[in-house]
Design a protein around this ligand. Sequence first.
Ligand code: HQG
Length: 200
Amino acid sequence: MEDDELTSQEVRHSRKIACVLRHHPEQIGIQLDKHGWADVREMLQALAAHGTECSMQELERIVLYNDKKRVAFNEDKTKIRARQGHSIPVDVELKKAVPPAVLYHGTIEPNRMSIEEKGLLPMNRLYVHLSPNIETAKRVAGRRQKKGPILIYEVDAKAMLRDGCTFFLSENGVWLTQMVKPVYLKALESMACCHHDFKK
Ligand code: HQG
């Protein structure tokens, strides 16, 4: 195994930490400040008290090497937060940015009707997550493929921008926006070729 590859224990711990920092700090009895930061020492102690023994050294490896750079330290490594993906209302000081003309969203067929009626909604998170390319959108959708064939939408980010929508770019390359109205969405039907049971 390469040094920059997380062990399976580190991957498990990294998932737990992302979940605590994005959704459930109360699960281990800690609080985040309004910018989503947790105190590193307090978090490690609280994790240990709840059965997840993670050393500072391991945490540093998780921050550096987790596949999607989900969590980040402050400058002196006394605080830690998730870069994006929260369901709890914190302001992680996302940077506004001008997106490429087209972005993508990966989901699954069973969501199609609702998405095409209501648009893309943040559901349990603070923002809708959009991908810069089809490959990434396919990976995002792939997380749910047990529940249905994948469905990729092209998002007309250029038109959204023109119409006054705001976009944020998280430091790990995920595009975020409040919602995407159906008018800006186009399903990429060619994705269907990969799935024999698509739209029978
Ligand atoms: C769907 C992972 C019905 C939406 C990924 C998605 C991403 C609707 C699900 C990040 C809907 C929400 C986020 C509507 C949206 N009706 N379904 N109107 N609007 N949906 O997990 O984009 O590994 O909150 O299509 O890589 O799947 O955690 O969003 O299927 O970047 O770092 O509702 O999570 O990153 O699911 O994934 P999610 P997502 P991490």
